[in-house]
Design a protein. Structure first.
Length: 492
């Protein structure tokens, strides 16, 4: 998007003070164009004119940088000072912007048109933002079309975004920033040929409302290690939140490397990435996913099949800098109700000897750690003990179920770090149901070897005792001062 809007927002790149001319907007733009041209931007225009409200219009604007990768052309760009807010300028441009993109000298360029309705960009950057630049942009619609049947890679492109909005604010003194971007709806339809191959992949995707929100305080200036250390020491923070509604996807491929067609739907999801108070957070959750896949029978002798999942979550919380007390850590991995169609099961288990109930994986682990180094110093540590110490581990839930088997574990362990070696103290309860029956069925189907199953079940029986039902085992693993016990018996 940055490249596609570059012509309409040339002035946004020019943090130049206005010269003493009758029209400060024109002075700033002309000066900025001259400076960019000295760097090889090659910006040209056929003429400029000043209209009502000191609005400046540049005609037949073209930018053809020396690198030759992107050439942008637009019939006109108009910059209008805001009479109510001194220093602000609104930029509008012709409804059509032409782009020519060439990434490989051996291939012809990709010709793309950007068609917009109601597009404008407002900024205080052009005339000097006094250390607090801002940008606001909006469009009723943005459409990108391009590609051609003759192009070796991009055969067709049609992307349409409705209700586009963008805002950005920055304070150069405090290095605080805030940004928002949203779209009411986006539809993408494109066809890409396999480079040097014979096939093509056509993808159609449609998504409802999408939003992105970013806030940051005391942001690093250069991003190097010293700057990041200062960012942590000064209490810097950031938060990125991405949210999306449901979407649909259709993909058809004639490529020998991917000989399938696929239809998919997904429910809403969200992703949060943040760093504040010396702690990093990654938290992603998603709703139901449903995919229908049809292999090309001429290339893959498999029947159509489907895969579904009711939802999932990935969550990681961990400290990134030392603190006065132990910090919380957390890891959550959840994939709920994963299932595949009977057409898949019938290829590996035609007699339906294995129960076909949905599978679930759930891992929820928490704990406390005491860091001695920041995250920037960790790669240089020769010994993991230099990084910090683990104070406790809580196994809130470990669950794996599917195929008629179920494995669960939970417990808590504290760690004594006062001696030469860390000494855990606590217990973990484990239960296993249906595993022996499932593994034997896998042997009967020829999917695993009897020796492998024997080793697994031997380990299970060695550290467990029979449970309440058939094919059920339980175990309590205890960590004590004298050693590790399994159901009260020392582990040799």
């Amino acid at each position: 998007m940055r490249n596609l809007l570059l012509t309409s927002a040339v002035a946004l790149l020019l943090a130049q003070p206005a010269f003493a001319q009758s029209n400060p907007v024109q002075a700033a733009v002309d000066a900025g164009i001259a400076e960019l041209n000295e760097e090889g931007a090659n910006i040209t225009f056929s003429g400029s004119e000043v209209g009502a409200g000191n609005a400046v219009t540049y005609r037949d604007v073209r930018m053809a940088p020396d690198d030759g990768e992107v050439v942008i052309a637009v019939d006109f760009v108009t910059l209008t000072p805001n009479p109510d807010t001194p220093g602000e300028v609104t930029i509008t441009l012709a409804d059509i912007v032409n782009l020519s993109v060439q990434e490989d000298d051996d291939e012809p360029p990709v010709e793309i048109e950007m068609l917009s309705e109601g597009l404008f960009v407002t900024t205080n950057w052009l005339l000097g933002a006094a250390g607090k630049p801002m940008v606001e942009a909006a469009a009723d619609s943005l459409k990108f079309t391009g590609g051609s049947a003759d192009h070796p890679v991009l055969k067709a492109l049609d992307v349409n975004a409705q209700g586009f909005a963008l805002s950005f604010n920055f304070d150069e003194n405090t290095r605080d920033a805030a940004a928002n971007m949203s779209m009411d709806n986006i539809v993408a339809d494109y066809t890409i040929a396999e480079p040097g191959g014979e096939g093509e992949i056509r993808t159609y995707a449609e998504a409802a409302s999408q939003t992105l929100t970013f806030t940051g305080t005391r942001l690093p200036e250069d991003g190097d290690e010293d700057d990041f250390e200062a960012f942590l020491a000064d209490g810097g923070s950031f938060e990125l939140l991405v949210e999306g509604a449901g979407s649909t996807t259709r993909m058809t491929s004639t490529s020998p490397d991917l000989p399938i067609s696929m239809d998919g739907t997904s429910e809403s999801g969200r992703m949060l990435i943040s760093m504040a108070d010396g702690r990093f957070v990654f938290d992603q959750s998603f709703g139901a996913l449903n995919y229908e896949i049809t292999p090309n029978p001429a290339m893959l002798p498999f029947p159509p099949f489907s895969a579904k999942i009711s939802g999932g979550q990935l969550e990681f919380r961990l400290p990134v800098a030392p603190s006065d007390e132990a910090s919380d850590v957390k890891m959550v991995i959840a994939l709920r109700d994963l299932s595949v169609s009977d057409s898949v099961w019938s290829m590996i288990d035609p007699q339906a000897t294995i129960p076909r109930d949905p599978a679930t994986l759930s891992i929820d682990i928490a704990g406390k750690v005491d860091l001695d180094k920041t995250v920037a110093e960790m790669p240089m540590a020769d010994n993991p003990m230099e990084i910090g110490t683990v104070e406790s581990i809580d196994l809130n839930e470990i669950l794996l179920s599917g195929g008629g088997a179920r494995i669960e574990a939970s417990g808590a362990v504290t760690v004594d770090n006062s001696g030469f070696m860390p000494m855990p103290n606590g217990a973990v309860d484990i239960s296993v149901d249906g595993l022996q029956s499932l593994t034997q069925k896998l042997v009967d189907l020829g999917l695993v070897q009897q020796m492998q199953v024997g080793m697994v079940m031997g380990m299970v029986m060695a550290f467990s005792k029979p449970g309440d039902g058939p094919d059920s085992f339980t175990s309590k693993i205890e960590f004590t001062e004298t050693g590790i016990l399994a159901n009260g018996q020392p582990i040799q």
